[in-house]
Design a protein around this ligand. Structure first.
Ligand code: PMP
Length: 437
């Protein structure tokens, strides 16, 4: 039936093109196809499946909603399931944020919550422009696409949200200033500060700066802690709300419950989706109460706060905290990065290895084509695809992303064990050997 799907489904479908598989069963880190072949799922719903597939605490929480005859749909009315979810989320936030926080339930996608966050800050500040970053990804609606730094999906769609200005992200390997290393983030923050203070820069005081602490779709690029602190200082000093998009990084993936905690900063707005719904669709915006200046009904939508997703999300958050999965993600992530760096010594086709926690990327390059910038070589999306294919043949599902489509991305469920991670590394090593031949 894969063929039938190909014929009937839209030309815009994406994942099935690279991962030609019909998944019939799934458990933990594994999925099984129609022929009974087992794959390790290191895509995990693009980072959604923190506890893997069908984790017992998640399925039990969903069954309990049904068993207790809880309402399945209530728009945004209050229910015990919702009350429990909100308490769990507030108990998970750093104290400084929790004591001033408000929560807004949004449509079921991350993109809708980003839209809400933008409306929130525009209303509160009365300003119109937003500063975003090259390589950032925030969704596929007109507004969120406008905020995303990836050009190709935008080329064919005219009339996106105006007044978005793109700033250089501290991407050390392909340093936007041509220097690399520590200087990258220093120059980035200095550039932004100068631009904001220069009345001739054409940048009006923005309604917000929006960023990912680790760019996900942009190629698993972590922002240095010092840079994040600088951006927080710059925005604080100028009264500019800072929106942190934690759609992919949130709920333990990077080694902390929230990625901004690595820098010890407190954002004004945090956007959560993916893992927060425990594998079901859910998204929320959490923000400083000072920004709560929008009118009742300012962000509406029929499906806001699906009850089963909230129950699954509460169970997921609890399990992650009780089992210290964030800390474990940090330790396993370091191991994965170290193993990939070892492999890089043997294979110069692996141009860069980076990440934070279990959000890791290996940038695939053509080593015979040095790029003008320090040490970096030309991106090789073809080889990245071949590696992805060789992994797939060997029973490992990985995604390829990044600005040039040349970053192999590791996003396993946080429940992955060390032995399972070794298996991932072994398969990847074999795949690289075969693909570079
Ligand atoms: N922000 C980030 C950081 C994301 O990774 C994504 C999804 N990959 C989104 C926003 C958009 O979420 P959704 O696809 O649910 O709209």
């Amino acid at each position: 039936y894969l063929k039938q799907q190909e014929m009937r489904e839209s030309n815009a479908r994406s994942y099935p093109r690279r991962i030609p598989i019909a998944i019939e069963e799934a458990e933990g880190i594994y999925v099984k196809d129609a022929d009974g072949k087992r794959y390790i799922d290191c895509l995990a719903g693009a980072g959604t499946l923190a506890l893997g597939h069908n984790h017992p605490v998640v399925t039990e929480a969903i069954e309990k909603v049904l068993h207790d005859k809880r309402p399945l749909h209530t728009l945004d009315l209050t229910t015990p399931v919702k009350e429990e979810f909100v308490s769990e989320v507030f108990n998970s936030l750093p104290e400084k944020l929790a004591e001033r926080a408000k929560i807004q339930f949004c449509g079921p996608t991350g993109g809708d919550a980003i839209e809400a966050a933008i409306k929130l800050v525009k209303t509160a500040t009365g300003r119109r422009s937003i500063l975003s970053f090259h390589g950032g990804y925030h969704g596929a609606t007109h507004g969120t696409m406008a905020l995303s730094g990836n050009l190709s999906p935008k080329e064919k769609v005219q009339g996106l949200m105006p007044d978005v200005h793109f700033m250089p992200y501290p991407y050390e390997y392909r340093c936007p200033f041509g220097v690399g290393g520590e200087e990258t983030h220093k120059l980035s923050s200095r550039y932004i500060e100068n631009l904001l203070d220069d009345p001739e820069s054409g940048i009006l005081p923005p309604a917000a700066i929006i960023l990912e602490v680790v760019q996900g779709e942009g190629g698993s690029i972590p922002a240095p802690v010092e840079w994040l602190k600088e951006i927080r200082r710059i925005t604080n000093e100028r009264d500019i709300p800072l929106i942190i998009d934690e759609v992919q990084t949130g709920i333990g993936r990077t080694g902390k419950l929230f990625a901004f905690e690595h820098a010890g900063i407190v954002p004004d707005v945090v956007v959560l989706s993916k893992a927060i719904g425990g594998s079901l669709p859910l998204s929320v915006v959490i923000y400083d109460q000072a920004l709560d200046q929008w009118a009742p009904g300012a962000h509406i939508g029929t499906f806001r706060g699906n009850q089963m997703a909230m129950a699954a999300g509460t169970a997921t958050l609890r399990y992650i905290k009780e089992n210290k999965l964030a800390e474990k993600a940090g330790v396993l992530g370091e191991k994965l990065i170290a193993s990939l760096k070892e492999l890089q010594e043997e294979y110069p086709e692996i141009g860069d290895v980076r990440g934070r926690g279990l959000m890791v990327g290996a940038e695939i390059v053509d080593p015979s084509e040095p790029f003008s910038r320090k040490g970096a070589c030309k991106a090789d999306p073809g080889l990245a695809s071949r590696i992805q294919r060789e992994c797939f043949i060997r029973g490992l599902i990985l995604e390829v992303g990044g600005r040039h489509g040349s970053v192999v991305r590791f996003l396993p469920p946080l429940i992955i064990t060390e032995a399972q991670l070794d298996e991932v590394i072994n398969i990847f090593t074999e795949a690289v050997k075969e693909a570079v031949k």
